[in-house]
Design a binder for this molecule. Structure first.
Ligand code: 5GP
Ligand code: ZN
Length: 116
């Protein structure tokens, strides 16, 4: 596994060095509650390895990209969400503020269709 990146918040969370409310973990991904939830249910799914943005995943990491999405589905099912949104912000212009790639899984209320 690639080394954690010094100073990366989500590498520290993946390594268990910061307290978060974990909702799921396997060999390659971790999911935890967002500290500033935008809806009654809001968690983040991250790869354990440091990948800064969606643009930085390699073709060889395609299974990891799939794992992130399937984890979102699993979590939504486990939490009984009848509908939900999965979003990944990419780069500053796309609304990304933490540069360790992550999926938002948002639900628990009826969501508006607008994306931004
Ligand atoms: P972005 O804006 O990069 O797409 O999303 C980053 C998300 O990380 C935000 O929704 C923000 O609330 C969340 N976040 C930032 N710092 C922390 C933290 O220390 N703990 C948790 N659980 N979430 C965080
Ligand atoms: Zn990182």
């Amino acid at each position: 596994m690639a080394a954690a990146v010094q100073g990366c918040l989500f590498c520290r969370i993946a390594a268990g060095q910061l307290p978060v409310e974990r909702v799921y973990e396997n060999d390659s991904v971790v999911a935890f509650k967002d500290i500033h939830p935008q809806a009654p249910f809001h968690c983040l799914v991250i790869p354990k390895v440091h990948v800064a943005t969606l643009n930085d995943f390699t073709v060889e990491q395609r299974a990891l990209v799939g794992e992130l999405l399937l984890t979102a589905k699993l979590i939504a099912t486990e939490h009984g969400l009848p509908g939900y949104r999965v979003a990944m912000n990419v780069n500053h212009e796309g609304g990304q503020s933490v540069f360790h790639a992550h999926l938002h899984v948002v639900g628990g209320r009826t969501l508006k269709s607008a994306l931004g």
